[in-house]
Ligand binder design. Structure first.
Ligand SMILES: [Mg+2]
Length: 265
């Protein structure tokens, strides 16, 4: 199942554990990005975090000395906005979340409504409180459909972990007896809308990530070649827990330009 990286047109690449850890850039990333840019590859950097806008992600990478224009970022907020705009153009939503999610929804023509919205949309964010939770529950009981930007249970912070979107949605699910629909990874929908954004067919594209249960499975289920990198949360023993495997396993994305150069010879 080797991948001919030289021939692939599109690259969808997870960020945390692949490009950086916290605010630290990982080895070989600079070379990998330069290779994609020089080879005129279509590429997207993808994150389940709905809190940041593409502009904020562009600035975060700038601070690490990486120049990646805004249009190359794809977040679960953008996937959620694309999903809602497709399902119910011009719909309304009550939103718990941050700028990344609010901007994405506004840009997709979705109207904010805290009286009788079509959807309750939840992302990670600091305006989450018992008040917003109570409001969300009552709107769902009145018929609003419940959407989560992603189903992640927790995310890393300095000195530990913090609850992520999936955990924040669960009190609403429990209180109302309604199951949420999640738009981010591992929903292959996020890969499909990402591929559409790249203008690329799945068999010309590669998904690169450090998690089997989100990155690799969603790439696999949407028909892409998959790369598991060991620069993040997974090591070789992680593979034993899964019934599927990635196309290739690499120590980090820095190996990709080297493999492409080798294949050329
Ligand atoms: Mg990751």
């Amino acid at each position: 199942m080797a991948i001919d990286f030289k021939k692939k047109r599109g690259f969808i690449c997870d960020m945390d554990g692949v490009i950086y850890h916290g605010n630290t850039i990982l080895p070989g990333v600079r070379e990998f990005i330069r290779w994609m840019q020089n080879e005129k590859k279509d590429y997207l950097f993808l994150t389940n975090n709905s809190g940041y806008t593409p502009r904020e992600l562009n600035q975060k990478l700038c601070r690490m000395g990486l120049n990646v224009p805004e249009e190359h970022f794809y977040t679960s907020a953008l996937a959620t906005a694309a999903f809602l705009a497709d399902q119910a153009p011009g719909c309304s939503a009550y939103v718990i979340g941050e700028a990344g999610l609010l901007n994405a929804l506004y840009d997709a023509g979705i109207v904010m409504n805290d009286v009788d919205p079509d959807y309750v949309v939840v992302g990670e964010g600091k305006n989450y409180s018992l008040d917003t939770l109570t409001k969300a529950c009552n709107l769902v009981l009145k018929g609003a459909k419940l959407i989560g930007a992603n189903s992640d249970i927790s995310g890393p912070i300095e000195n530990g972990i913090m609850p992520a979107c999936g955990s924040l949605v669960s009190p609403i699910e429990m209180t109302t007896g309604t199951k949420a629909y999640f738009c981010g990874k591992p929903n292959p929908l996020m890969m499909r809308t990402g591929l559409k954004k790249l203008g690329c067919h799945s068999n010309e594209a590669v998904m690169i990530g450090d998690r089997m249960d989100t990155d690799v499975i969603s790439g696999l289920e949407s028909g892409m070649s998959t790369v598991l990198v060991l620069s993040g949360v997974s090591d070789r023993s992680t593979l034993d827990a899964f019934a599927f495997r990635p196309s290739v396993i690499l120590s980090g994305v820095g190996e990709i330009p080297k493999l492409a150069a080798r294949d050329e010879k």
